[in-house]
Design a protein around this ligand. Sequence first.
Ligand code: ZN
Length: 87
Amino acid sequence: MGRRRRRKVIKRVVRVLPKVFPCVLCGRRSVSVNIDKSRGIAIVVCSSCGARGEVEVKPYMSIVDAYGAWTDMVYSGKLNLGEVGGS
Ligand SMILES: [Zn+2]
């Protein structure tokens, strides 16, 4: 049995978290999420259509979770998208 030793190929899967997400409103991949941990919110901004929103985030939530929460808000109509700008 001259079995050749199979070299184990160790694939390093480096998961790079996406920094931009597809926008549910304009369809472009231009949504960025910034988590403000001190305030416990994430600021979601689409640089393409200007949609933005702030979602509440828990300390264990990542930007992906925050993005998901934002899309939920958009779909459920909780997000007031008519008022862009101003604070
Ligand atoms: Zn957009």
